[in-house]
Design a protein around this ligand. Sequence first.
Ligand SMILES: [Zn+2]
Length: 77
Amino acid sequence: MKYLLVIAIVWVAFVIWRNGRRREVERAAPPPPPATPLPPQAMLRCAHCGLHLPASDALPGKDGKVYCSAAHRQADA
Ligand SMILES: [Zn+2]
């Protein structure tokens, strides 16, 4: 009975030690690399309403003017 108690204590100590090691390994894992930010985009001004919008969303018009929507391009023509 005495040996059973010693084995139980050693087993509990082993489990505690193993859990502590697992947490250390998880903590030591390198952090994920930061997400690379998107490159900045030029902002353009709508020639009709003055709204600023990304160059990729702008609609080209006459004389190098840009518009936020087809309706504004048509209204300015
Ligand atoms: Zn507009």
